[in-house]
Design a protein around this ligand. Structure first.
Ligand SMILES: *[C@@H]1O[C@H](CO)[C@@H](O)[C@H](O)[C@H]1NC(C)=O
Ligand SMILES: *[C@@H]1O[C@H](CO)[C@@H](O)[C@H](O)[C@H]1NC(C)=O
Ligand SMILES: *[C@@H]1O[C@H](CO)[C@@H](O)[C@H](O)[C@H]1NC(C)=O
Ligand SMILES: *[C@@H]1O[C@H](CO)[C@@H](O)[C@H](O)[C@H]1NC(C)=O
Ligand SMILES: *[C@@H]1O[C@H](CO)[C@@H](O)[C@H](O)[C@H]1NC(C)=O
Length: 259
């Protein structure tokens, strides 16, 4: 079987996880996680040395726990080395999977994604997920130009659930968040290949939060995402590194749905 078929089956299973009786389930009232997140504890998933080096979550339980599957894009910078310019990944609700399984589940999905043919792209993952209408489909992750200064050359991560919530959420600001970065630690397993682990607080624009979906996002359990340590031709070469990891979103307007 092609790995992308397996990949899609694994992602489709996330929605079926609602059928498992082990965890209480509530997505029907709308906008929170499919399964309970109140006992999820970041300090149990992040090694103590990394956890102590990152700013802490301000609330005890995450509002959303997501698997992110897609690519990190790179262009060739002036120095002839790879420069990150953004990403496109799809985000899946993994709240119905026990926390202790998240790291291995994420690695399993990353292996299926790695084994998929070159012709099967991140855009195909997005299109296939949207078409499936899966209950586990949360939304997109990508990067946007610095909202405070378009000429700064900086980019900021955005998590955007607008598409999956358009029928139930009328306030667009509730469906996304743009974050900055206040903590970065090298991946503990293979930092040359796997993206750094991050603490990302909501970005303020003109004194206002840039989106109300969350107040803090944590990125960890990275599989891939780093560019290879090779030289490249400035202004010419482009590269995509497959990336599969976890994001936990804390706070935000749906924090009162935590159960
Ligand atoms: C990154 O790659 C994806 C997938 O090909 C594409 O949809 C997206 O526009 C790219 N983003 C940037 C900033 O290059
Ligand atoms: C995750 O995978 C590792 C390596 O295969 C294994 O040692 C570990 O027991 C697994 N953890 C869980 C919770 O299944
Ligand atoms: C925006 O960024 C550019 C490039 O770094 C800088 O020269 C400029 O001063 C910045 N503008 C503001 C308003 O911060
Ligand atoms: C988290 O709490 C600290 C201390 O109260 C505060 O300084 C910080 O702004 C809060 N972060 C977010 C993203 O709400
Ligand atoms: C990248 O490769 C160069 C040349 O082989 C080496 O000097 C450098 O230490 C490498 N950097 C990393 C981060 O591995």
């Amino acid at each position: 079987m092609y790995s992308f078929v397996k990949l899609f089956s694994a992602l489709a299973l996330l929605a079926l996880a609602r059928a498992f009786p082990s965890a209480p389930i509530r997505r029907d009232t709308g906008l929170g996680s499919m399964c309970s997140t109140k006992n999820f504890d970041l300090s149990k998933s992040v090694p103590a040395d990394i956890y102590s080096a990152l700013p802490k979550p301000n609330t005890s339980a995450p509002t959303f726990v997501a698997l992110s599957v897609g690519v990190q894009n790179y262009t060739c910078g002036d120095a002839g080395t790879w420069t990150p310019i953004g990403a496109i990944t799809y985000l899946y609700d993994i709240s119905c999977i026990p926390q202790e399984e998240h790291a291995n589940f994420t690695t399993m999905v990353s292996e299926m994604w790695a084994g998929s043919p070159r012709t099967y792209t991140a855009d195909d993952i997005v299109a296939g997920t949207v078409a499936s209408g899966s209950a586990a489909a949360l939304g997109l992750h990508f990067w946007v130009t610095d909202p405070n200064n378009v000429t700064s050359g900086k980019i900021f991560g955005k998590w955007d659930f607008a598409r999956s919530r358009e029928s139930v959420e009328k306030n667009i600001e509730n469906t996304y968040v743009v974050c900055s970065e206040t903590g970065a630690q090298p991946d503990p397993i293979n930092p040359a290949i796997n993206s750094p682990w991050l603490a990302e607080p909501v970005l303020y624009v003109d004194g206002k939060k840039d989106g109300l979906l969350a107040d803090q996002v944590y990125r960890f359990n990275s599989n891939g995402g780093q560019a290879p340590n090779t030289t490249c031709r400035p202004g010419y070469d482009f590269l995509q590194a497959k990336s599969t990891l976890n994001f936990w979103l804390y706070g935000g307007v749906y924090a009162d749905t935590i159960f």
